[in-house]
Design a protein around this ligand. Sequence first.
Ligand code: SF4
Length: 315
Amino acid sequence: MGVVTYSPAFTIVPTYECFNRCDYCNFRQNPGQGWNLAGEEVRKSLALLHNQDVCEILILSGEVHPRSSDRPAWLTKIYQACQVALEMGFLPHTNVGPLSWAEMMALGSVNVSMGLMVEQVTPRWRETIHRYAPSKDPELRLNQLRQAGVLRIPFTTGILVGLGESVGDRHTSLREIAKIHRQYGHIQEVIIQPYQPGSGQVSSWAGCSMGELVETIAMARSLLPMDIAIQVPPNLLMQPQDLKAALRAGARDLGGIGPVDEVNPDYGHMTLAQMAAQLSREDFRLEKRLPVYPQYEDWLPISMQRAIAQWKQRA
Ligand code: SF4
């Protein structure tokens, strides 16, 4: 029987405000609308999770311009949210957009892993869906992967599929990720994320076909080193047979599963029992994992390794 993993997760969003405007975004609010969660509110919200089997605290945030005077306060709030999560025994994983060297180093010290989607490296998206999103510059994002590699931060990245990119664009993006991993060895998983339309975005496209998705998963499995897991978000698979096809193509991880997918709020998750039943029909067992993969645990400070050991004992 094969194994498919997931991470029981809860998402904290310090702010939905974002200076980018990606055409497909269902997450952002305009700057000036205020903080969602900060300081003691994070502690209160996490206190409700004890005894709920949640291990990963996924910290997602809208972005503040790198030269904005609000940037230091933004970073401090994210850092504090991670610190609170660690103090309370959870394992944080932060994905808040491109970071300077100093910012990534600071957040790396309070996270068991971090993430940033490459999306696609094609420059064409700079003229279409990313024309108002300066931080979606492909070279900037590839450099973030390299920076995380130099800092030895276990990392999650991924590509977005179904927004007008070509098969060749997908191939190039995956090849770039593979190349960086071969140099630094720090990429634990690559998400193959199908675009699906949502009710909050400014423009709408048809959505990624499952044929395209499955083809891209197979391409990822053939291009990426085998120590990188291929992740697919199960709530963005439209039919039960899509999960089966994704598994056949090489997907083996379902990512962080929590009450709400903040990035795709229109797409709810099945229950874990439903997911496990569906997988067992395909001869796969659903297993929990931590937000850091085992091969990277000894990259982390001793205090985090102790917290990880406690989670393993509870499993
Ligand atoms: S997708 Fe991310 S970077 Fe783009 S507008 Fe939305 S929150 Fe901002």
